[in-house]
Ligand binder design. Structure first.
Ligand SMILES: [Zn+2]
Length: 131
């Protein structure tokens, strides 16, 4: 099995770097991030066959507040990631993901600019939203 995602990509935050904040996930968040990669991101990446550019994955509560995330954001639990797919519009990517047969909790078109996807093992609601 080939993995296209790294924990370092999912923990990187320009905001954390800028404010000198250590955005290292706690152990429970790491478990969630592994599930997110293994059951959701990588299967999608394998089906779609194009690079995913991740803009935000894990955010500790301090980083999350600075970027204006909602306080109970799934990003703070390691359950969500924001990304775009190279060579695809957000709309096209959402449509493809919808029909990919891969499990997710929430799939959100955020302002037509990026895709937010989350995964919660055993509790996926399969919600599709648009902001
Ligand atoms: Zn998000």
């Amino acid at each position: 099995m080939q993995l296209n995602f790294k924990m370092s990509e999912l923990t990187h935050s320009d905001t954390a770097v800028k404010h000198n904040i250590n955005n290292m996930p706690d152990i429970n968040s790491m478990d969630c991030m592994l599930d997110l990669i293994f059951y959701c991101l990588q299967p999608l990446r394998d089906k779609i066959g194009k690079p995913f550019d991740i803009s935000s994955g894990y955010r500790n509560s301090q980083v999350n507040k600075l970027v204006g995330g909602v306080s109970n954001s799934q990003h703070t639990k390691g359950q969500a990631v924001d990304f775009t797919i190279r060579g695809m519009s957000v709309e096209a990517a959402i449509n493809t993901i919808k029909n990919a047969g891969v499990e997710y909790d929430q799939l959100i078109n955020e302002y037509g600019r990026w895709i937010h996807i989350s995964f919660v093992k055993g509790k996926n609601r399969k919600q599709i939203l648009k902001y």
